[in-house]
Design a protein around this ligand. Sequence first.
Ligand SMILES: Nc1nc2c(ncn2[C@@H]2O[C@H](COP(=O)(O)OP(=O)(O)OP(=O)(O)O)[C@@H](O)[C@H]2O)c(=O)[nH]1
Ligand SMILES: [Mg+2]
Length: 475
Amino acid sequence: MADIETIAAISTAPGSGGVAIIRLSGSVAIRIVESIFKGRRPLSEVESHKIYCGKIIDPNQKDKSTERAAPAFLDEVLVAVYKAPNSYTKEDVVEINCHGGNFLTHRLLELVLKNGARLARKGEFTERAFLNGRLDLSQAEAVADIINAKTEASLSSATLQLEGALSNRVKQIRKELVAICSLIELELDFAEEDVEFAERGQLRKQLSKTIREVEEFLTTYNRGRILREGVKVVIIGRPNVGKSSLLNALLKKERAIVTEIAGTTRDTLEEQIDIKGVFFRLVDTAGVHETSDKIEKIGVEKTYDEIKEAQIALFVFDGSEEFHKKDETLMDLVLPVLEKNQGCKVVAVINKSDLNRKIDIKKIRKKLGKINIVELSAKEQSGFEYFEKVLLKEAFDQKGPNESGGFISNIRQKNALEMALECLKKALVSTKQKLSGEFIVLDMREAMNHLGEIIGEVTSEDILDNIFSQFCIGK
Ligand SMILES: Nc1nc2c(ncn2[C@@H]2O[C@H](COP(=O)(O)OP(=O)(O)OP(=O)(O)O)[C@@H](O)[C@H]2O)c(=O)[nH]1
Ligand SMILES: [Mg+2]
């Protein structure tokens, strides 16, 4: 193995716990731990992928009064050795399982650093796994997503990505492009003989098909992002329609203050829930109305800010009252804000269904168009089963959260895919203009490079720094 700098970090979360793990990776990982470990056999002689019990000794500790060497026993530990290339990083890896004290783990870390390791940067173990070819870039990102997963659905999408679902989809598209490219290149090789291996009509057809696939792939971004970051749902309505009651009912706890006084909620309030494995971020807001009250005004402004970032806007109405002038004013105020947030879905909630219905739904439809309308009672918690179904459906554009197949889950992947699409469209235009094969190939190669960025076959140091700095230290 070439000489690879050995890195070390505490891999477990900070604080006290049952056990903590200090992880080392690199050429001298085994030697470093061997120099401070007293077990039945020296670590350099033990078998890989087994755990050994022993003591960690600081060999250079000095007796304070005599200044003589007095090796100190620090902890009884279990040490696991993973020899290259069969380890997480494909380098020699050693993990010290010690007692989970904050002071102790830092003391042990210091000790391995003193003996030749360097402190690992954030995500550096995973970065090495990527650089050494154990994971591709989208799989490395999946590792971070697994760590940050908050629900069943986000976890399963991240594990799918770790297994290579996204990479496979990218590779499939690249394969198609390579096939088209090689046909054109063949033609270029025989340019003087004036043969056309790639019949232009056929070429255009294939290219258009791949473009459609890339476009379809791009639409998966929304799903990916939702699974990672959750669905932001903003609850809006005029004062007193039951917005806070709706939030509480969804949360199944009395989180927001509810009173019969209009204007109870003055600030926005965010809470998280899990609906069928999908993570939703619910935002209760101050009732939107025209007001001169300074605090209320700020509250209403904040509501607008939340609407700009929401994936779903819930318009709440009081079904036990006539369609109110204030409902109309609210929609007039909110709809222009919503227009700036393309892609935000709108759902109308007719609340207070435990009382006689007086509201005219036609008037809501007239204002909001063809949207889902749900009737429920926040007070009696009825109608929520259907309501949750609607929320899930709106979040995923009809498709369920568990649809398999690779999807893009972050903005980096999305940008690369968009650039690839642009190049492919350029190539298609060139075929239509009957330009030389050279031009077409140029754009297609660039498209392939952008696809390569997604899985990390083409990358820059900046991109890598950016990705791995989002990891925690020790991963
Ligand atoms: N009968 C009935 N009353 C409800 C229902 N939901 C809410 N209410 C009542 O309506 C009043 C207003 O409820 P809130 O949840 O505070 O309404 P809000 O929209 O958050 O009001 P603001 O924060 O003032 O804008 C309270 O007296 C609730 O008890 C319901 O489903 N049925
Ligand atoms: Mg409220």
